[in-house]
Design a protein around this ligand. Structure first.
Ligand SMILES: [Mg+2]
Length: 124
């Protein structure tokens, strides 16, 4: 428990909702409001164990963010989950190709999200 999750989403409502859902499970949370902020938090916050990222965001979108994270050797195995309203097959393909481990389309069921996080952490 107490794994540290970075939530990257430009919507404060989504950030707070996702934070509420995962804090309830005992995870520690850091929030970022776009990809650039996400990179800054990833480099400066305490060790991050998993990223949940939106796609559509100002300054730096989620795909660019994921690509930049995966370019760093340190983060090549860091679990990344996309949580986006963009649910077309080509979006999902691109997200996975860039290095996401899982792609969830909004609105996501809280129970399913928690299940997926546990799966990414290798727990039941
Ligand atoms: Mg967005």
């Amino acid at each position: 428990m107490n794994e540290h999750i970075l939530i990257v989403d430009d919507s404060k409502t989504v950030r707070n909702l996702v934070a509420f859902i995962i804090k309830r499970e005992g995870y520690k949370v850091t929030m970022a409001e776009d990809g650039l902020d996400g990179l800054e938090k990833l480099f400066s916050a305490d060790k991050i164990d998993l990223i949940i990222s939106d796609v559509n965001m100002p300054r730096m979108d989620g795909f660019t963010f994921i690509k930049q994270v995966r370019e760093q050797e340190t983060y090549k195995d860091l679990p990344i989950m996309v949580l986006s309203t963009e649910g077309r097959p080509q979006d999902i393909d691109l997200g996975m190709k860039l290095g996401a481990n899982l792609y969830m389309v909004k609105p996501a069921q809280p129970e399913k999200m928690v299940q997926n996080i546990k799966m990414l952490f290798g727990k039941k």
